[in-house]
Write a protein that binds this ligand. Sequence first.
Ligand SMILES: [Zn+2]
Length: 337
Amino acid sequence: MTFFQCQKCKKIWQYQIKKCPECFSNLERIKSEKAKVKAISKVTIPSLFHQKVPYFVLVLEDERGNKWIQKSKREYKIGEEIKIEKVASKEVVAIWRVKYDFFEAIEKIINLIGGLKLKENSKVLILPTLEKASHPYFRNNTSPEFLEATLNFLFHLGVKPENIKVASQSFDEIEIGAKAQKSGLLEVCQKYKVLPFDLAKGNFVKKGDLEISEEAFKANFILNLPILKMGKAQASENIFYFLKKENFLAQKYLYSEKEVFEKLKKELPEFLTIAEANHIRDEKGFTHYLNLIFASFEPLNLDRIFFEITTRKLPEILSDVKMENISIAGREIEEIS
Ligand SMILES: [Zn+2]
């Protein structure tokens, strides 16, 4: 849990407000190291957002006496310390709840998957979802807030803005530039002096019958940064944007999405997916407040967990992905659905 402390009056806030409302000083981010159970309340009556009962609402306290609440399916004892296990496997899907602040959620979820080994001169390629020329409000594209928090997290790790590219391309008739502008992502790139890059304008390398953007092979670290949408395997499908447009259309004509995905995944260097699922769209375009983020090195597993949480029928691309083979870190499905 992260808190924000006024440097002058030392008051502590759970929200990332810009300035202390009492003395207008800047707030400093402070992190809790430990979480002890202070109080427990058992809930046995289901409600709209919490249909599985019983569950427990814990009041947790850190080493500085800051308190917050957390839902749990396990019954803890008062005084017991909560430990969140780290799982550093490539197959694992980490899930975390976004409280008020994407930065904290990203930091936490990266910690859960074992951290990132980035150097000061590491070249980072970010692939957001950028499919429609629409305002962030509609959640068609990765939100500017999520990209901004991700960039800030990378800067915090020491990555330099000039070594980061935010890349995508358009597979339809609308120009990528229009999408980048309307989505608010271009503005974030400009604000932080990070290069927005149209993959269609770069070179592609042949790998078997695939033509893959050479940017994927030039980067030291690839970050797939989709926004999830109900009923879509968005994390997995997002990497199709590494293909040359004509090649992707030909592949889609000849093979199933699952086959194209498997071929492409095999050719690409390892990449990490951090998926935004804070406010998400359903099939009809309505927004739902899920307040989650996910991370995994295996986007199929990540999408599979998302389908489990949102109880949607599996698309063909996920047909072979078995829930029992996926390990989960962070929060359990019962605690968040
Ligand atoms: Zn103050």
